[in-house]
Structure formats: C-alpha cells, structure tokens
Design a binder for this molecule. Structure first.
Ligand SMILES: NC(=O)c1ccc[n+]([C@@H]2O[C@H](COP(=O)([O-])OP(=O)(O)OC[C@H]3O[C@@H](n4cnc5c(N)ncnc54)[C@H](O)[C@@H]3O)[C@@H](O)[C@H]2O)c1
Length: 356
C-alpha cells in the first residue's frame, strides 16, 4: 500500500509514503469472491481467532448507537486492528432495523472501511452485510467442528429463528462437509419457517426436514441447535429441554435464560465482549455473581487449553468480533485487486499538499 522513496522537497532520509487510492467494492463483487470459498473462509476465521487469542489484534468494545424514537433499531460501530500477515485497521458500521423485514427489506445493512496500516488512510469501502453474514457463519461452522470433536458428531440440527444468518450458517455447514439425518426448523413467523424450508428443499439437502410449531420439540429433537432470532430477552427458560446435552450455537446471544447458561459448558469468542449488552452470559454473570460458569474461548479449545465434556449441554456464544470482518474484508479486497477489478474513486483524497 505504501512506497518507499524520496519525495520532492523532503529530506532524503524521509520515507516517501504514498496516499493509497480509494476503492468501493459492491455487494455483488463481495459475493462473487466469497461464494464457493467456504472452507477457505473457515480457515481464515480460525487463524484470525488464533491471532486475536495471541494478542496480535486490537478489538475495543463495540459502540451501540440507539434511538429514543426507534427503540428496536440500532447501528453498531466495530473498530478493530489486526496484525499477523493481514496488517490492516478498520471499522465495520452495521445497522439493524428489524422492522425492515415486514417491508421486504433485509434487517441488517453494513459497510466496512479498511484503513492502511502505514498511513491510516482509508483505502476501501466494502458492502459488508455479506461479509458480516459470512464471517458469522464461518465462526459458527468452526465452533461446530471444534466443539463436537470430543462428543458424538451431531446427526440432527435445529434452526431456531430462520432469517439470513440461519441460511448462511446452513450453507456454510453444508459446503464444509456437514450432513444431517434430520433438519428441524422453528420460527415465530410461519411464513419465514416455510421460506427457509423452501431454501433447504432447493439446496437439495439429504435428510428429513421438519417444521416445529413448538420450540421445545425443536430443541429436544436436535443434537445441535442454532439460535439466530432477533429476541432481545431470554425466551427459552426450561433447562430440562437440554437434557440430551446438545451443542448450542447461540449466535443471537439473548435467547437463553441465565439458568440454561449456568447448567451448560460455556465457550465464548471473547470474554470481555460477551459479558456486556445483556447477552445471556452477561445475565448469567449477574445472577451467579461470578464468572465461574465460563469455560473459555474457542481459541482456548483450539489450543487444547480447555476441553469440552460430553455430559452437559455446550453453548457457544460469539459476540462477533470486528477483527473477523477485517480479515474477511481484506481477503475480498486482495482478491478483487488481484483480478484487476477494483473500482477506484479518482481524486477521492484531494487536499494533499500542506500549503496548497
Ligand atoms: N453473534 C454474531 O456475530 C452475529 C452476527 C450477525 C448476526 N447476529 C444475530 O443473528 C440474528 C439473526 O440475524 P438475521 O439477519 O438472520 O435476522 P432476520 O431478521 O433475518 O431473521 C430473524 C428470524 O428470527 C425470527 N424470530 C425472532 N424472534 C424469534 C423467537 N423468539 N423465536 C423464534 N423465531 C424468532 C424472526 O421471525 C426471523 O425469521 C440477529 O439477532 C443478529 O443480531 C449475530
């Protein structure tokens, strides 16, 4: 991104740093790059978790912008910086307007800004709802893989809340080698449940598909449960529904009552991030008065520091780290650049001479 040289008017020892061109990458370009590369993206997410676990990242708390006149809406800022081979800083800026869905518009929309490691200059703005869904699905798939290593591999999966994220998670599981004898579906909206069923049928999955009206039936009949609702408060409270010790990918973070969390093995993506914003683990901390119920992070599991017993439910709660968006976004940028398809905005940075 930068060139070393001697700039006119600079001392000869000064580093000649160039201002990078600024590119805009559309959702269509992002999707074109990411589709069919699911295994590679899971590996990228795995190495990013390891980098983050080793401390080679900066990932401050997300900032939630909320509105008194639109209480269900929010826009979240996730600044981050990643080291290793990737070496990029940036910001994901993602809106959630749940009421969009009734009007046929997706709930979430997002951009990702990538900043040059050397100069700080932003050098790309990427459509990021696809990047966000992709990194979330890759993280869930990675967790399914690692957290079922010491347990029976799930043969049945239940999708609890079936919007875009559930679809991406299913696609990632299917394209990284997972298959199931049974796929269960549950959603508050019968239309959404049937839309998801239609997607499953079109994707030619093997195994029986069942839409459950009652959440209890879905959970009791699933070895692995994927929560991807938009619930703001816990609505699954009965610990006995988990008596068969399922693996729970708690992607939507606020579905489980603290009692369910306290009765489970708990693996997070990042402890400090998850213990905020009234997530279920955060509520469990308030109820228990301590964090003894936390077993560790996915990185701890991958590094062999934490093992996952088979005789309790296992709950993976990923807060969603900005470093993952950065890693996937930079991957997309590099692929688009390599293909010679960057759409650069000429003269984006204009005022470049100190005294005109
Ligand atoms: N942890 C992460 O890293 C991460 C990343 C991205 C998205 N998410 C979360 O994933 C969730 C799903 O996102 P999406 O884009 O698919 O949303 P979406 O609005 O497209 O779909 C959500 C679905 O859940 C259903 N639903 C809502 N409440 C329910 C309930 N109590 N029981 C059953 N079904 C219910 C809705 O009817 C809808 O079909 C959101 O909560 C989002 O914040 C998490």
């Amino acid at each position: 991104m930068t060139a070393i040289g001697t700039a006119a008017g600079q001392p000869s020892t000064a580093k000649h740093v160039t201002v990078p061109p600024f590119a805009v990458i559309s959702g269509a370009q992002v999707q074109h790059v990411l589709q069919g590369r699911e295994k590679e993206i899971v590996t990228l997410v795995e190495s990013t978790y390891r980098l983050h676990g080793a401390g080679d990242s900066v990932n401050p708390p997300s900032y939630f912008l909320r509105f008194p006149d639109r209480p269900s809406a929010r826009i979240i800022a996730l600044p981050a910086s990643i080291g290793g081979q990737v070496q990029v800083d940036g910001l994901k800026w993602i809106s959630s307007f749940p009421q969009n869905v009734a009007a046929g518009v997706p709930r979430a929309s997002a951009v990702l800004i990538l900043n040059d490691h050397e100069t700080g200059y932003p050098f790309a703005c990427l459509e990021s709802s696809v990047i966000s869904a992709t990194r979330t699905a890759a993280s869930a798939t990675l967790a399914a893989e690692w957290l079922s290593r010491d347990r029976r591999r799930p043969r049945s999966v239940g999708f609890f809340g079936v919007g875009l994220i559930a679809r991406y998670i299913h696609t990632f599981l299917a394209r990284t080698g997972w298959s199931f004898d049974e796929i269960g579906v549950h959603d508050l909206s019968a239309d959404n449940a049937s839309g998801f069923r239609g997607y499953l049928e079109r994707s030619d999955v093997a195994g029986r598909i069942t839409v459950y009206d009652r959440p209890e039936q879905l959970i009791r009949s699933s070895d692995m449960v994927v929560f991807a609702t938009v619930a703001g408060e816990p609505h699954v409270t009965d610990v006995s529904w988990f008596a068969h010790n399922p693996l729970v990918l708690h992607v939507s973070l606020r579905d489980l009552a603290p009692e369910v969390v306290l009765a489970s093995t708990n693996i997070l993506d990042d402890v400090e991030h998850c213990m905020k914003a009234n997530t279920s683990p955060h509520l469990a901390e308030q109820l228990a008065g301590n964090r003894d119920f936390l077993n560790g992070t996915l990185d701890d599991v991958m590094a062999g520091r934490v093992s996952v017993p088979a005789d309790r439910p296992v709950v993976f709660s990923p807060f969603g780290l900005g470093v993952l968006d950065l890693a996937v976004g930079k991957y997309v940028y590099d692929q688009v650049a390599r293909a010679g398809e960057l759409r650069v905005v000429d003269d984006f940075f204009h005022e470049l001479h100190r005294y005109g």
